[in-house]
Design a protein around this ligand. Structure first.
Ligand SMILES: Nc1ncnc2c1ncn2[C@@H]1O[C@H](COP(=O)(O)OP(=O)(O)OP(=O)(O)O)[C@@H](O)[C@H]1O
Ligand SMILES: [Mg+2]
Length: 317
């Protein structure tokens, strides 16, 4: 498998007021293989944007090195940058006075793309991102979500093999978020491009990322495939739908850890997260005392959000 990005022992210290220093990145190293969606995750202030900006050459690290498809970001900057397109926090990579179509034409041109096939490709991008209607309006008149979508379309039209996307689905409506996930999956599968994405939306991560690095306080706390992390943290969760409960039963059930009781019409839903499978028997014993009918039992899929919380602080975060 080809490595397209290599981050080696990266450290970044920012100066803060009163002579204080903030170690935003503390000796982090990771590699990104070609042709996947790679998640860069972590809580607010973890160092994700600092990492992305270091890769783009916008932040000068204090130690360590980065290479993009073999080109060193510091020493061979132009070659390294030619491989990248980025959406940074706050979608600043588009021109507000230009229309969406002009933005796409402009950014394709400065990357040296030939106009021939571009007209069709640009029309397709405008259509896919739902921007056809606004194709002739200056970008400043578009809604924030539309601007966000255009910023992403601009990274696609550059033809760059590596896309760096800092929270690309932030503030997008549900259907736009799904559309963008589909587009990212497609460019990775069909064009073997590589996407490095930061997001706080663990549904997005679970849905499209194959591998993740999790940063906390400037240090890497996990570097693994989603599947392996899910297997490691296999938490069994069940949803039980049951009939009427006596007050006593409710009190007993509510005392069990990892259990949630929610009234649904004339019956109850019991959600169980079982770190210890024996708790299921305790819950069932309480139901058996009154011969409470159990209408359904479903095993819930483990979600990555829980795994993420576990990694960051034993589920306490
Ligand atoms: N220009 C700067 N000057 C001083 N400190 C900074 C600067 N930029 C970032 N920091 C600090 O570096 C740390 C990491 O910030 P960074 O923006 O990389 O976090 P993040 O993981 O992107 O967080 P978020 O999820 O909130 O976007 C934080 O403590 C932040 O306050
Ligand atoms: Mg950030």
């Amino acid at each position: 498998m080809n490595t397209v990005l290599k981050v080696d022992n990266l450290t970044k210290i920012y100066s803060a007021p009163e002579g204080k220093q903030i170690k935003a990145l503390d000796d982090i190293s990771f590699e990104v293989p070609q042709g996947m969606i790679f998640g860069l995750l972590g809580p607010n202030g973890a160092g994700k944007t600092t990492t992305i900006k270091s890769i783009c050459g916008l932040v000068q690290p204090d130690a360590g090195s980065i290479s993009v498809m073999g080109w060193d970001v510091r020493r061979q900057r132009a070659k390294a940058m030619a491989q990248l397109a980025a959406v940074l926090e706050g979608n600043r990579n588009i021109y507000w006075r230009l229309t969406p179509r002009e933005n796409l034409e402009f950014f394709a041109a400065i990357r040296g793309r030939k106009p021939g096939s571009l007209r069709k490709e640009i029309s397709e991008l405008l259509q896919v991102f739902g921007l056809e209607e606004k194709a002739k309006q200056p970008v400043r008149k578009l809604s924030r979500g539309m601007q966000q979508k255009l910023a992403l379309a601009v990274t696609l039209v550059t033809g760059a093999p590596i896309l760096l996307l800092d929270e690309p689905t932030l503030g997008l409506d549900v259907s736009a978020s799904y559309e963008i996930r589909g587009i990212l999956r497609r460019i990775v599968q069909e064009e073997q491009r590589t996407v490095i994405i930061t997001t706080h939306d663990m549904n997005v991560v679970q849905d499209i990322c194959q591998q993740v690095v999790i940063i906390n306080d400037g240090r890497i706390v996990a570097n693994d495939s989603i599947q392996h992390l899910m297997d490691l943290f296999q938490v069994r969760s069940y949803d039980l739908s049951v009939g009427q409960l006596t007050t006593e039963q409710r009190q007993h059930l509510e005392q069990l850890p990892y259990l949630q009781l929610v009234p649904v019409n004339s019956s109850w839903q019991i959600s169980l997260d079982l770190e210890n499978p024996a708790s299921l028997w305790q819950a069932l014993d309480i139901l058996r005392q009154e011969q409470t009918p159990i209408e359904s039992v479903n095993r819930k899929e483990l979600n990555f959000e829980k795994v993420f919380m576990e990694i960051l602080g034993g589920g306490q975060a």
